[in-house]
Structures are given as structure tokens and as C-alpha cells.
Write a protein that binds this ligand. Structure first.
Ligand SMILES: NC(=O)c1ccc[n+]([C@@H]2O[C@H](COP(=O)([O-])OP(=O)(O)OC[C@H]3O[C@@H](n4cnc5c(N)ncnc54)[C@H](OP(=O)(O)O)[C@@H]3O)[C@@H](O)[C@H]2O)c1
Length: 200
């Protein structure tokens, strides 16, 4: 399969790319890194990216930002950081990307455990993760030409544990292997509309 991995040079993205490239042709997109540059918070940038990739068998997004701050310090604009990037960035990857996918292709988005098990200072991430779960469940009914869509929701991953462990008290980091398996399940399996939780 020809697979585009947006954010394929990030912590999760690298693991996903390393696994997928054993069997598939991979194009990596990133803000600054990768084969193609894209800013998912900018619709024109997404359109230009897809023009460069041409037809694909799968699109994977391992990118998306949200504001990490205490609720009482969050401005309205702070909330728009997650809405524009992790939420609408991923929704727009689907809106535009569906026309670049071959019949039977798939889209796999990324959210995280914060949708259901938020820690302190994560109102923005929890909000947009939850909204992507609703979006994937709903849009899976409407995609044409056999297109499938799923979302992988990892817990704190092992490769980020050292940096973020203090923010996730009592959480057990999930192995990179298990996270990669979630993406393989979405891309190579047949299910659609699935929230693939990798929490332990
Ligand atoms: N790390 C975790 O423990 C964890 C757990 C659960 C969920 N998640 C979620 O998984 C996703 C990836 O996390 P990560 O830790 O792998 O992040 P990361 O290491 O910061 O990597 C992010 C990747 O996305 C790209 N990127 C960032 N903003 C972008 C934008 N606006 N447009 C296009 N590409 C962009 C970056 O490109 P450049 O390389 O060019 O900078 C980088 O390749 C995030 O949504 C995160 O919330 C992470």
C-alpha cells in the first residue's frame, strides 16, 4: 500500500513508520520534517500536500496540538489551538483526503487517553480528543467507495514517559509496539468507525 503518515517523524509517528515500512511504501509529512511539509491547521497547506502525494491507499495522522494549561488560565484563543490543530486539522485531512484515496482505502487518526481519563491541565486536549471520537464514529457511516476510518487512542507512550510521567500520576506507559499494533489493526484490518484504545 502507498501510505501517507502525517507527523511520521514524531515520537509516535516514527514508531508507526518503522513498522509500516516493513510492508508498505511510506510518505512522511511533517511541519518541518519529512518528505512533504504540511501544517494541518491550514486547509490550503493540506490541499497542497495531497496534490503532491496524488492517489493513496491509506492516510495516517500522528500529529495535532492542543494547549496544555490550567482551566482558569485558558483564554478562548487557547481553546482554538486544539480546535484548529488536533480537531479541525484531522477533520480536514479526512474532508480533503477522501478524494485522494483509492477505493477501499483507509484513514487513521490519533487522539489519546485524555478523552476519557484526563489529567490536570488537559481540558483542551480532552475536549478535542472526545470530539474526534464522535466524528470518527459518525463519519464512518458516510464515507463512500469502501473507505474506512478509525482512530487510535494511546495512553502515555513509553517513549514520552520520561518527559511527561509527572503529569500522569499513576499511569502505566504503553509500549511502542502496542501503539504500532493499533495502527496496523486500523490499516490492514477491515473494521471502520472504531476507537482503538491502547491504554495498557
Ligand atoms: N506522546 C504520547 O505519549 C501521546 C499519547 C497519546 C496521544 N498522543 C497524541 O499523538 C499525537 C502525536 O504525539 P507525539 O508525542 O508523537 O508528538 P511529537 O513527538 O511532538 O510529534 C508530532 C509530529 O507531528 C508533526 N506536527 C506537529 N504539528 C503539526 C502540524 N500543525 N501540521 C503538520 N504536522 C505537525 C511534527 O512535525 P515536525 O517533525 O516537522 O515537527 C512531528 O512529526 C498527538 O496528537 C498527541 O496528542 C501522544
Amino acid at each position: 500500500m502507498k501510505i501517507l503518515v502525517v507527523g511520521g517523524n514524531g515520537t509516535i509517528g516514527k514508531t508507526v513508520v518503522n513498522r509500516l515500512k516493513e510492508k508498505h511504501e511510506i510518505i512522511v509529512a511533517g511541519r518541518k520534517s519529512g518528505d512533504i511539509q504540511v501544517d494541518i491547521s491550514d486547509i490550503d497547506s493540506i490541499k497542497n500536500m495531497y496534490k503532491e502525494t496524488d492517489k493513496l491507499d491509506a492516510v495516517v495522522c500522528c500529529a495535532g496540538a492542543a494547549k496544555w494549561a490550567a482551566f482558569n488560565e485558558m483564554t478562548e484563543d487557547d481553546f482554538y489551538i486544539g480546535i484548529k490543530s488536533k480537531m479541525m486539522g484531522q477533520v480536514n485531512l479526512v474532508r480533503i483526503g477522501k478524494d485522494y484515496l483509492n477505493d477501499g482505502g483507509s484513514i487513521t487518526l490519533t487522539t489519546g487517553i485524555l478523552a476519557e481519563d484526563p489529567v490536570y491541565m488537559t481540558t483542551n486536549a480532552a475536549m478535542v480528543n472526545g470530539s474526534i471520537h464522535g466524528f470518527v464514529t459518525a463519519v464512518s457511516q458516510e464515507l463512500k467507495n469502501g473507505l474506512r476510518i478509525n482512530v487510535v487512542a494511546p495512553g502515555l507512550v513509553e517513549d514520552s514517559a520520561e518527559k511527561y510521567a509527572d503529569f500522569f500520576p499513576g499511569h502505566s506507559p504503553v509500549s511502542m509496539q502496542k501503539v504500532a499494533n493499533g495502527f496496523v489493526r486500523s490499516i490492514e484490518g477491515k473494521r471502520t468507525g472504531e476507537i482503538i484504545r491502547i491504554y495498557e
